[in-house]
Design a protein around this ligand. Structure first.
Ligand code: FAD
Length: 445
């Protein structure tokens, strides 16, 4: 008998529990992708994410074809498409990897019920996280809201994960879907072209990024905060799209030859990703609402279109902020330290609601991930779990001096720096912006 293996954000054949389960139960897998962004509401993947997905699906299809199979790509609505595909391929079951975005969790639960009602076997697996969001809880049985205790309790449960290699061969698929390019057309004009000198979407690219990083783990604790240096793993889009399993990443780093402190420093960041999914699962409203309700009546400034545009395009007149926003625009990615600085500038100096920034990141990041993005924005804005207190306001100039002392990062992304074409005065005076933010914070109390 055959079974649909419904691919989503798990675009790999290596260590792929849904595919493994279908094979282990004796099914001939029919790999399918269903395009239905309208089912994911306002937080559906944005343009940069779609540009990545198109390439990642193409890579997955090539990997499947090299093994004798192929990817059947169709358009939603999802349930109806899966049901029709199951009928046409005489599939008796559907397997997939779980996702945790609030609307997707709801939709998937509904799909599971309806598939079962139609007489199909439906089975979902954890192929995206080290630990399911509901597997860790406080002594009182509540979800964690603070990272450090979450991390302690989560890492205490960890064993080095068992990982499975990709199957060498897969049975042929007799059914054709649509062309990937038809369902997810290439952007025109090709604004994404500069991205691809930095990235290689797909499993092979993910594997290369991981292997390259293994040789740099030792330097990670110091280098991870320096935006001019390739000090981090750049695995975030690969992890978001599931092109490498987080289990594979964890096992590789945990067993590499780097000193223990360096290995732990890296694994700790993987647990920030876990924590973000824990929070999103338990507090689904936080995609739009402050986790900390004391901020619900905070006096955010109305968005000034000119200022906001300057922020988006990297023309605020604060070089470290502008360099970050330009790196984002050119590569679809921004260094974590700089993400914190641009987010702080927007939510504190400009006093704009964090949702405006979160929406721009949704559109522009290749690693856009609703859980990580929500956590990141609420953390910087001071409205989230374990957040930086609102009154602690980053001074972007001091931060630049500390983390980009030679100015290598700002010069790389702002070639006109120091000339008359770069804004000579910032859109917000730093001292004034800071004072206004603190005054608004005081009013709130
Ligand atoms: P590394 O330092 O190599 O870390 C390894 C992995 O750990 C990352 O790939 C990522 O999966 C995870 N990770 C690291 N830091 C964090 C963190 N703070 N929170 C959650 N996971 C983390 N990350 C996203 O993947 N998608 C987003 O949409 C996103 N939006 C963000 C928005 C803001 C305002 C901020 C401050 C951070 C955001 N982050 C987001 C987190 C972080 O900036 C990126 O994960 C990181 O920069 C990716 O680079 P890397 O893979 O080289 O990281």
């Amino acid at each position: 008998p055959s079974a649909l293996v419904w691919f989503r954000d798990d675009l790999r054949l290596d260590d792929q529990p849904a595919l493994q389960a279908a094979l282990a139960q004796g099914y001939a897998p029919v790999p399918v992708y269903v395009h239905a962004p309208e089912e994911e509401g306002e937080w559906a993947p944005g343009a940069a994410s779609d540009a990545w997905r198109r390439r990642s699906l193409t890579a997955l299809d090539a990997g499947l074809r090299a093994r004798g199979s192929k990817l059947v790509c169709v358009r939603g609505p999802t349930f109806e498409s899966l049901e029709a595909l199951a009928q046409r391929t005489q599939a008796e079951a559907v397997f997939w990897t779980r996702r945790y975005e609030p609307l997707v969790e709801k939709r998937d639960a509904d799909i599971k019920r309806r598939l079962r009602r139609s007489g199909l076997h439906a089975e979902s697996h954890n192929g995206a996280l080290l630990i399911e969001p509901w597997e860790v809880e406080t002594k009182a049985g509540d979800p964690y809201k603070v990272f450090t205790p979450y991390f302690k309790s989560a890492i205490a449960r960890m064993r080095t994960p068992r990982v499975f290699d990709a199957p060498a061969r897969l049975p042929p698929v007799a059914f054709d879907g649509e062309a990937i390019d038809g369902v997810l057309p290439a952007p025109t004009p090709a604004w994404d072209r500069p991205f691809w000198s930095h990235w290689m979407p797909g499993e092979a690219g993910a594997r290369t990024a991981l292997q390259t990083f293994v040789s740099r783990v030792e330097a990670y604790p110091e280098a991870r905060d320096l935006p001019a240096v390739d000090g981090t793993s750049s695995l975030s889009p690969h992890l978001h799209f599931g092109e490498v399993s987080v289990q594979r990443v964890y096992a590789t780093i945990a067993q590499c030859g780097a000193p223990k402190e360096a290995r732990i420093a890296y694994l700790r960041q993987l647990f920030w990703r876990e924590f973000a999914h824990h929070l999103l699962h338990h507090f689904p409203r936080t995609t739009n609402d402050n986790l900390d309700p004391r901020f619900d009546d905070f006096d955010w400034a109305p968005v000034d279109a000119t200022q906001f545009d300057a922020w988006k395009t990297g023309n605020t007149g604060i070089p470290i902020v502008d360099a970050g926003m330009r790196q984002l625009w050119r590569t679809g990615w921004m260094h974590n330290r700089v993400r914190m600085l641009v987010a702080s500038f927007l939510t504190k100096h400009m006093r704009n609601h964090w949702l405006h920034g979160a929406r721009w990141f949704r559109e522009t990041l290749v690693d856009y991930d609703l859980a990580n993005n929500t956590l990141g924005w609420q953390w910087v804005a001071g409205t989230g779990a374990d957040a930086a207190p609102y009154f602690r306001i980053f001074n972007p100039q001091l931060q630049a001096r500390r983390f980009d002392p030679e100015g290598a990062y700002v010069k790389r992304w702002i070639p006109e720096l120091g000339t008359s074409s770069y804004p000579s005065t910032p859109v917000v005076d730093l001292a004034q912006g800071r004072a206004d933010a603190l005054a608004a914070y005081a009013r709130r109390r």
